[in-house]
Design a binder for this molecule. Structure first.
Ligand code: PMP
Length: 307
């Protein structure tokens, strides 16, 4: 990732990609306190547009607030900088990674007097779990790792340190031959994937777990609203793993994963074992929405060439 052409916005300036380096005593490298976002820009008929940029930036700032990290820039500056990164790199579509972290000004857990540094990088990135996954669906395994308890980590923050838990779960699932992990909360209810929210369909109703131990996904919110527009009833409640085993359909949502069907959980085939009809409708509406093919929700698209 480090050795490529292009520009990264770093602490207020666009720098050549290879020059965005940090010292080995960078605080966040040692203790995992940092906050980040994952966003996507899509190629639309009116040029590249970032999907729900304002909501992503707001979540970045909320994450910093939860962790009490002072942000040296305002939300409007970050929004403008994100558009600038897409333009400077000449990208038509991209995955975007804003990151705020503590620098190497000092060591110690109090993090007193440390500066928050901010970078925004963007690069082309196709389907996170593979193009085939979007069509055929993926195989998922319930993890031996639980998702964070609210008094261990705070999951409303998209914090770098929270992702140790995600990585342990993802690597365990992948070593066992599965595509992705499904994490339960400390009470045993379904929480989310290592980097995705989860949904299931039963008798035409769309269900998704409550957010006690899961990130407030922006794709999750988008899909719930699109489902409402299609007249599909959406229910948010605590869900057990066996409710997923006997679902008609299941899918993951996330900026990276988009809408990825799940065809198997723990050796149980979900529904017909392929992308279900409700999943397909929502997935196709989602792609129409993010690529500017719908007239609804123009406020969700920030056209980078117009800013
Ligand atoms: N849960 C976790 C743990 C995630 O990392 C992500 C990706 N940001 C999501 C859910 C989905 O969130 P979003 O739809 O906002 O990308």
């Amino acid at each position: 990732m480090a050795d490529r052409d292009g520009f990264i916005w770093f602490d207020g300036k666009l720098l050549p990609w290879r020059e965005v380096t940090v010292h080995g005593l960078t605080h966040s490298l040692h203790y995992g306190m940092g906050v980040f976002e994952g966003e996507r820009a899509y190629n639309t008929p009116a040029g590249p547009a970032i999907f729900r940029l304002q909501e992503h930036t707001r979540r970045l700032f909320n994450s910093a607030k939860i962790l009490q990290m002072d942000m040296p820039f305002g939300e409007a500056e970050i929004n403008a900088a994100t558009c600038e990164v897409i333009r400077a790199n000449g990208l038509e579509s991209a995955y975007i990674r804003p990151l705020a972290f503590y620098g190497a000004e000092g060591m110690g857990l109090s993090a007193k007097g440390l500066k928050t540094h901010v970078l925004i990088a963007a690069w082309p990135w196709g389907a996170y779990l593979g193009q085939e996954a979007l069509e055929r669906g993926i195989r998922v395994k319930v993890s031996s790792f639980n998702r964070h308890h609210v008094n261990i980590h705070m999951v409303k923050a998209k914090a770098t340190g929270n992702y140790l838990n995600s990585m342990l779960a993802q690597r365990e699932a992948s070593a066992a031959g599965y595509d992705e992990a499904l994490l339960l909360d400390r009470e045993g209810y379904v929480a989310e994937g290592s980097g995705e929210n989860i949904f299931m369909v039963r008798d035409g109703v769309l269900y998704t777990p409550t957010l006690t131990s899961a990130l407030e996904g922006i794709t999750r919110d988008t899909v719930m609203r699109l489902a409402g527009e299609l007249g599909i009833r959406v229910v948010e409640k605590q869900l057990t793993r066996d409710e997923f085993y006997i679902a008609d359909e299941a899918f993951f949502t996330g900026t990276a994963a988009e809408v990825t069907p799940i065809r198997e959980i723990d050796g149980r085939v979900i529904g017909s074992g392929s992308r279900g009809p409700v999943t397909q409708r929502l997935q196709s509406l989602y792609f129409d929405q993010v690529t500017g093919k719908r007239k609804e929700h123009p406020e969700w698209l920030t056209y980078v060439n117009d800013v």
